[in-house]
Design a binder for this molecule. Structure first.
Ligand SMILES: [Zn+2]
Length: 371
């Protein structure tokens, strides 16, 4: 090959490279072609507020104010933050996933669950035909990402502080072992001074509830079946130390027609009342998150103490409110009959009673609560 041929070949190669290798590629890979602004950014990355935390870029996400609250469209968050979500329209349950973090929210209910534990956050998803929105507080508290609100959009951390949130270690749950469950729940005590677990089977967890084609989730304390007289002056006590995660101070009683409409939807759900309808049937409620994943829910209350607010730490035996009949058939009619406390217990958001016979359920509840 002559020298001229070699020169021509080299010239063709240079022209070829110039024409076909994308400019961006060169721009990114050849340091002398970077523009000065980019170089400066690379030299001093944005500073994180907490020293131990990984540096995190921020992405712009559009927001909308709904009733004075900043809200985001879930499909936008999915695209920009690489989270996943799923909405069960029948149950009204929204599940949001981000790595090992799983959040659950319930339609028309102000509760936020993360990996089985309820957070002291008042937030409900906004469900519409074509979109689902969540309040900014869910992104901040639930997903552990800072949100900075600007005029046109919000800046959200691209990388979440996942390790801090991904607490998934749990004590072993005593499945099908009555004595094990008694031991697990041994830090609880009665929600009503002097009352005992009901003598009637229909007041226990798992009892059938034909009016809504479902099953009773918790334990009812009515007058006399619980040994003492119970009415709207009966104080309800926290079963253990814990944090208030729900307190329905603004509860408005349903009309009878509304309640019947909900029951009708419930009865059509193939044998189990949807979660969001069950939530309405519980009336004015207080939920308290305790240690070991235990959640206690106090339902049908007539009144909640003023200082029982979301985020408050309560002591075992502290008065949280008073027995009532809110959310019940008598309550929506404005009657003062049917006063009772409905107490639910869950461990890591799981119903406890599947593995136990009715006799075992009563035995467990008596041992745990009758003190
Ligand atoms: Zn009940």
């Amino acid at each position: 090959m002559g020298r001229t041929t070699l020169l021509i070949a080299v010239a063709i190669l240079i022209v070829f490279l110039w024409m076909f290798v994308p400019y961006n590629f060169l721009n990114q890979h050849l340091p002398w072609q970077q523009d000065p602004e980019q170089q400066e950014q690379a030299a001093s990355p944005p500073r994180s507020k907490s020293p131990g935390k990984a540096l995190s870029a921020k992405v712009e996400v559009p927001y909308r104010k709904e009733e004075g609250e900043i809200t985001f469209r879930l499909s936008d968050l999915k695209e920009k933050l690489r989270i996943d979500y799923e909405y069960d329209a029948q149950e009204g349950i929204l599940t949001i996933r981000q790595g090992t973090v799983q959040l659950t929210m319930l339609r028309e209910a102000p509760v936020l669950n993360r990996n089985g534990i309820y957070l002291p956050v008042e937030a409900s998803p906004i469900i519409r035909d074509k979109e689902i929105r969540i309040p900014a507080v869910v992104v901040e508290e639930g997903l552990g990402r800072q949100v900075e609100v600007r005029e046109e959009y919000a800046l959200i951390e691209q990388n979440a502080s996942v390790p801090a949130l991904a607490e998934t270690r749990r004590p072993k749950l005593p499945k099908g072992d009555p004595e094990g469950l008694i031991d697990y729940l041994s830090f609880l005590q009665t929600p009503i001074q002097g009352a005992q677990v009901s003598t009637k089977d229909s007041h226990l967890p798992g009892a059938e509830r034909p009016y809504r084609n479902g099953v009773h989730e918790g334990l009812d304390y009515y007058s006399w079946t619980s040994r003492i007289s119970i009415d709207s002056r009966t104080p309800v006590l926290s079963v253990a130390d814990g944090v208030v995660v729900r307190a329905d101070h603004d509860y408005q009683e349903m009309s009878e027609a509304e309640r019947n409409r909900y029951l009708q939807i419930g009865a059509q759900n193939g044998g189990q009342t949807p979660q969001y309808i069950l939530d309405k049937m519980r009336g004015r409620s207080v939920w308290i998150q305790h240690k070991k994943g235990v959640l206690s829910r106090y339902c049908h209350l007539s009144r909640i103490d003023d200082d029982i607010v979301v985020g408050k730490k309560v002591k075992q035996g502290e008065v949280i409110g008073y027995v009532g009949n809110s959310g019940t058939s008598q309550g929506v009619k404005g009657l003062d009959s049917g006063m009772h406390l409905h107490l639910d217990l869950f461990i890591y958001d799981q119903w406890l009673w599947d593995d136990f016979t009715p006799a075992e359920r009563r035995h467990i509840l008596r041992r745990v609560l009758d003190r």
